[in-house]
Design a protein around this ligand. Structure first.
Ligand SMILES: [Zn+2]
Length: 376
């Protein structure tokens, strides 16, 4: 089983702004941790990638929006940019923005190409996963939807694609991109939109036209944890994967559902995270993974290192390597965890009653299972 990890150190130089929660330092930290854990031992398993070209981005984005992004490269707010969601607190304009967009897209397109060419069966691009970007609008820290671009490329190669999003936020941009298609099944598990950005992704949001039944949304309440995620995997996701029979799987592995994330209220542990990844491995389908959210750096670097370890099917022990001599940028102030698996914070509230998740699961099954010939 050949696996490839995509990393370009130039991306780590990009900065959304000193107070912005989306930190590219996470990519440096993950690369460091994987290397220290001995997870890069296989020959040629870490590769760099090039920028995408503007023409590549047009598969998922409007020309006017791309023009605005290109102008934003110099960090200056141009006329009409707010119309494209640019220049807000969430989606600031900063020097190198266009370069960053091209790199992010380039990494995820490279991942798709490696799978399509058969050069690897598993590819991880932790710098991707910008799942909120819309056709004509930046949203939720996301400028270019690298995931949608990668899936468009897979569709062009006539593949059936399962998109599975475990970021704490609803994968709205990717869902929207394929809302009316039955060749892409999108499944998003996320914190209920009544309590978290982007405020969408409800149970009855199932797709339109030919795509009806091919958008699946599982909203979780604050403080839900491993047990709920694994029940959703076993009672919703795995049956759908079996019925849909995708050629390729794309997972968005935002690490912001982990306990201690400053922006969300879900309380997944890294043991639960690993158990989800084991489910994906067990499906035995060529697999591309991208990163995404994750606003606690110690969580993101450990979760993504474990994602790479899962691709290799090598479960690491508890021992954490020592920190590097100098942590980059905003990571300089982080607390280096002592244990690879231990939660960085205690739970912040009691888990909802077990009946609550049972009801959500039943609602999702009754909404979408009939489209797939599955018994509710
Ligand atoms: Zn997120």
């Amino acid at each position: 089983m050949r696996a490839i990890y995509l990393y370009n150190p130039l991306v780590v130089e990009i900065n959304y702004g000193s107070s912005h929660p989306f930190r590219l330092e996470r990519l440096w930290l993950t690369e460091y941790l994987c290397r220290q854990l001995g997870l890069f031992a296989a020959d040629d398993c870490v590769r760099s990638f090039e920028q995408a070209e503007r023409g590549d981005l047009e598969a998922a984005h409007e020309a006017g929006f791309l023009d605005a992004l290109e102008i934003a490269e110099h960090g200056l707010l141009g006329p009409g940019m707010m119309r494209y969601g640019l220049g807000s607190g969430d989606n600031p304009i900063f020097p190198g923005l266009w370069d960053y967009a091209l790199y992010t897209a380039g990494g995820s397109l490279a991942a798709a190409d490696l799978l399509l060419e058969g050069a690897a069966e598993r590819v991880f691009h932790p710098g991707g996963g910008l799942h909120h970007a819309l056709r004509g609008r930046a949203s939720g820290f996301c400028y270019v939807n690298d995931v949608a671009l990668a899936i468009h490329r897979m569709l062009a190669a006539e593949k059936r694609v399962l998109y599975f999003d475990v970021d704490a936020h609803h994968g709205d941009g990717v869902q929207e991109a394929f809302l009316d298609l039955s060749r892409v099944l999108t499944i998003s598990i996320h914190q209920d939109g009544r309590t978290l950005f982007p405020g969408t992704g409800f149970v009855n949001d199932v797709g339109v036209g030919q795509g009806e039944g091919y958008s699946v949304n599982v909203p979780l309440l604050p403080h839900m944890s491993d047990e709920e995620y694994l029940r959703v995997c076993d009672e919703i996701v795995t049956p759908l994967v079996t019925a849909f029979q995708p050629d390729l799987i794309v997972t968005e592995l935002g690490a912001d559902a982990l306990v201690g994330d400053p922006l969300t209220n879900l309380e997944l542990t890294l043991e639960g995270w690993w158990a989800i990844l084991e489910r994906v491995v067990s499906w035995g389908i060529p697999w591309m993974a991208v990163g995404g959210g994750g606003y606690e750096m110690a969580n993101a670097m450990r979760a993504w290192s474990l994602a790479w370890a899962a691709m290799l099917e090598q479960k690491p022990g508890h021992e954490m390597p020592p920190p590097p001599e100098r942590l980059p940028g905003a990571a300089a102030s982080m607390d280096w965890p002592e244990d690879l698996w231990a939660p960085i914070a205690p739970r912040s509230g009691p888990r909802p009653d077990g009946d609550v998740i049972s009801a959500v699961i039943q609602q999702v099954r009754s909404q979408v299972f009939p489209y797939h010939g599955l018994a509710v």
